[in-house]
Design a binder for this molecule. Structure first.
Ligand SMILES: Cc1ncc(C[n+]2csc(CCOP(=O)(O)OP(=O)(O)O)c2C)c(N)n1
Ligand SMILES: [Mg+2]
Length: 342
């Protein structure tokens, strides 16, 4: 089933957000399309590397949710911070991570972001303000709120975005930090990616009441958007970032979305918790890339040769990244204990 809570795209709220979106020019939309495609093709290759036994461990693919990472990060400056999750490749790429170093990290190779010792769920990149993915559900909420506190104390105008899934709504830490963020008017935006499932359980079986009401209880401004539609995610996020940057405090952005693959790459038998019909409906009716491409085509901002050219260019970049990582060396055996804290 598609999200019952997603605001009707014909509603007056959606119409006014679309009006804001018209201030974005063609080059910006094209760039966002390219970024989303980069994440989609990156994840395709992660799946191939896993199924051909070239990647150790598991990965949680972000395919289907690209409009959130790209819409949110496009509203940020390079020196703004993000914290990410176990499903973090999209966040890292959208904040500017290098494809080469990402693949190297996934394959456990020495040039990787954590010298190959972190893997898929621990990618961090100080150069792009990425404070790190986090394998602990809701673990990054404390880090993000601490980063926002630090910016405030240092008197910078940096904003922090805290990405987390619907599963994090069951963790107490989230409520402790939202309380502090509201009291101290911290420049942090909590971005909840509700993709309907926490692992193999529908969120409605674990989450009571209205999700956004939980943030409103702390006096935090909330917005709820169709996370498949970057034309809504991006301008909404721009507004939230501007108010946070100007000292108006935190916000909570609920994005309704869907993951196309299993919980992780090994989760291929999904019939016991969701139907094929549901998966196909999201992919055929609510695909973020198709929605943006169709709208741009209708507006005469995009044509088939341009789509082909972007895909060609993105595929070349991703394939070069895979080749770089496959050919890269592993860390030396005698440094196995270096940079490892557990
Ligand atoms: C504190 C903690 N409890 C349990 C887990 C095991 N676990 C890993 S992912 C996950 C579900 C996360 O669901 P959600 O937050 O909705 O993110 P999604 O996978 O849907 O993106 C769970 C329970 C964990 N990593 N950390
Ligand atoms: Mg989820």
């Amino acid at each position: 089933m598609l999200h019952p809570e997603t605001p009707d795209s014909q509603s007056s709220t959606a119409a006014s957000v679309y009006a804001e979106a018209t201030t974005v020019d063609r080059e910006q939309w094209l760039h966002m399309y390219e970024q989303m495609l980069k994440i989609r093709i990156f994840e395709e290759h992660v799946n191939i590397l896993y199924t051909t036994a070239k990647m150790p461990g598991l990965a949680h693919l972000y395919s289907g949710e690209e409009a959130i990472a790209v819409g949110v990060c496009s509203a940020l400056r390079r020196d703004d911070y993000i914290t990410s999750t176990h499903r973090g490749h999209g966040h890292c790429l959208a904040k500017g991570a290098s494809v080469d170093l990402m693949f190297a990290e996934l394959l456990g190779k020495e040039p990787g972001y954590c010298k190959g010792k972190g893997g898929s769920m621990h990618i961090a990149d100080q150069n792009t303000g990425n404070l790190g993915a986090n394998a602990i559900v809701a673990g990054s909420t404390g880090i993000a709120t601490g980063a926002a506190f630090s910016s405030k104390m240092r008197g910078t105008d940096q904003v922090t975005v805290c990405f987390f899934g619907d599963g994090a709504l069951g963790q107490g830490l989230l409520y402790e930090v939202m309380n502090m963020a509201s009291l101290w008017k911290l420049p942090v935006i909590y971005v909840c990616e509700n993709n309907l499932y926490n692992e193999y359980t529908h969120y409605s079986e674990t989450t009571a009441g209205e999700i956004s009401a939980r943030a409103r209880a702390f006096g935090i401004l909330t917005e709820e958007v169709d996370g498949q539609d970057i034309r809504i995610v991006y301008p909404t996020m721009q507004r939230l970032v501007e108010r946070a940057r100007h000292g108006e405090g935190p916000a909570f952005l609920l994005c309704n979305t869907y993951r196309y693959h299993g919980h992780h790459v090994g989760d291929i038998q999904r019939a016991y918790y969701r139907t094929k019909v549901e998966e196909e409906q999201w992919q055929s009716e609510r695909d973020p890339l198709q929605l943006l491409a169709q709208w741009m085509t209708d507006q005469q901002l995009l044509d088939a040769p341009t789509v082909e050219q972007i895909e060609h260019q993105v595929r070349a970049e991703i394939e070069a990244g895979v080749a770089f990582a496959l050919n890269a060396p592993y860390p030396e055996l005698d440094e196995v204990n270096q940079d490892v804290y557990a």
